[in-house]
Design a protein around this ligand. Sequence first.
Ligand SMILES: NC(=O)c1ccc[n+]([C@@H]2O[C@H](COP(=O)([O-])OP(=O)(O)OC[C@H]3O[C@@H](n4cnc5c(N)ncnc54)[C@H](O)[C@@H]3O)[C@@H](O)[C@H]2O)c1
Length: 349
Amino acid sequence: MDFKNTISITHQTEYIFSNNLFEYLESLSKNFSKWVVFIDYEVYLKYKNEIGDNKNFKVIQSGEAQKDYYKIVDYYKFLIDHEIDKNALIIGIGGGVVSDIVGFVATTFKRGVPFGLIPTTILSAVDAAIGGKNGVNFLGYKNIIGSISQPNFIIFNREIFSALPQEIFIEGFAEVIKYGCIYDIEFFEFLEKNKYSVFNVDSQDFLFVLKKCVEIKNEIVASDPTEKNMRKILNFGHTLGHAIEASESIPHGNAVSIGMHFAAFVSLQKGFINLEMYDRIENLLENYGLPTSIPFNVDSILKKMSQDKKRNGDFIDFILLEQIGRAKIIPLSMDEIKNYLNLWKEEIN
Ligand SMILES: NC(=O)c1ccc[n+]([C@@H]2O[C@H](COP(=O)([O-])OP(=O)(O)OC[C@H]3O[C@@H](n4cnc5c(N)ncnc54)[C@H](O)[C@@H]3O)[C@@H](O)[C@H]2O)c1
């Protein structure tokens, strides 16, 4: 077991880097009256032998559909069947889908049961599991119902990531690049220089990336836990990203990558960043194998965007860049967004 790499304790969350996941989980759950685990199906397959027929595990099939509001009742039923109370522990092992489900269910069941997360995709390790936000989908609208509450712990286990299919592994780097764009130019430069070592889960550079992203997200969240202002910058790329993800059914990271490209384009059009910065952002995304465009219908994207949580009347708080490493929040009217979408569509065609 490796307890030495605990990096920080903030927002009541303990961050643990552990080499032996199951041993560590066992020791941890002794502190609670009962424990149950929600585990992603693909991860379950990997650890089938260790799990056996343990009835405390609930396997969550892969895919965004598991996060639908109507599915949540099944998860509450599982907790009732296991007589989960406020002294019990709910653990989520999986990607962002599982961390959102567990965060939401644990926070709302009996008005709050302790929970811990073990992210198994890059995207969940650097973003979805960090910061306490969770969301479930309703009537096709992404994350439209949710809450904010911090997990008791997050365990990172590098071995888990080695089983990830390549496209899912790469997709997570959209959120990694996001942190460089909005918060830390040195990190952006590090990513520009070190793609090959960063992609190696056994390397120190990979570990550095995980820790750096957790640190950046925590700093931003700590300065604005309830997303009144600063925390909104984490939505860079997400306004268009969420709309595209919902209307074109593409994975979250890929949608965010396209959304960041659009946000960089708007930042360029507004004269906030210059062409050289815009090109660097585009090149970094493409160099990491991420998409920067997709054919789309402007009207259906705008319809999805109109449900954006950052909408205020006819305006949406859009996250733009004033330089690489510094973001700003600019309200854009739906008409302005429509114009930029049409301009960008011409540019990427
Ligand atoms: N709450 C937040 O702050 C926040 C932030 C970002 C994203 N999200 C949410 O996260 C979700 C996307 O997360 P994701 O990209 O991790 O997707 P995911 O959870 O759907 O996982 C992607 C795929 O990888 C498989 N998988 C997971 N771990 C694996 C492993 N170790 N080995 C092999 N296969 C594995 C899953 O079965 C699934 O097919 C979206 O629902 C998004 O809205 C939430």
